[in-house]
Design a protein around this ligand. Structure first.
Ligand SMILES: [Zn+2]
Length: 187
């Protein structure tokens, strides 16, 4: 159990079956507060720079030293698309415009739900941010499949290559013609 005490009154939490069809909940033995443990939503963006996919090498646990596309947790009350754009700016200093929802990734027993967008770069300069050791560009054949940070990293990159890269035959991407286009209606 991750939590022992009630956030409202400090009483002990007990795992109880509140509804028969649902998992056990943490219930305060003093005030009956039900402590619902909600999923965590994360947002990320995959895009290309010079026809290659930038991946960041994580400098924090979990998955220290492994590779992942830019992304992070959505703040409470934050628009999910805004979070993907914000995280990309923070983690690799690029401004992106989202093109389409790639997919949503979730796993049984894992609290994180990851929403991944296909995006294009509209500005900024590719640099490594605070949470990474390095940033490198990978063509689809160079992706370090056995050194990716999470199962969702592998699945989303496969989806991106299958749905976005392969249909366009890898040689040209929508952002290649208008690299100087700056500005994003959302920000
Ligand atoms: Zn309580």
């Amino acid at each position: 159990m991750e939590y022992s005490f009630c956030p409202k009154c400090g009483g002990s939490l007990n795992a109880c079956r509140v509804k028969t069809s649902e998992p056990k909940r943490l219930v305060c033995i003093v005030c009956n507060f039900i402590f619902y443990l909600d999923p965590k939503v994360a947002a990320a963006a995959i895009f290309t720079v010079n026809s290659k996919i930038p991946l960041l090498q994580r400098s924090i646990e979990p998955s220290y030293g492994k590779w992942v596309f830019p992304g992070g947790f959505v703040d409470r009350g934050e628009n999910v698309e805004d979070a993907a754009i914000r995280e990309t700016k923070e983690e690799c200093h690029l401004k992106v415009q989202l093109l389409s929802l790639l997919n949503v990734y979730s796993y049984s027993g894992n609290p994180t739900i990851l929403v991944v967008y296909a995006a294009e770069v509209t500005g900024g300069k590719l640099e490594v941010g605070d949470e990474s050791l390095d940033v490198q560009l990978f063509s689809p054949t160079e992706i370090p499949w056995n050194k990716l940070a999470f199962p969702s990293t592998k699945e989303a990159l496969r989806d991106y290559i299958d749905k976005i890269v392969t249909p366009r035959n890898t040689s040209k991407f929508p952002n290649e013609d208008n690299k100087t286009k700056i500005g994003n209606d959302r920000k």
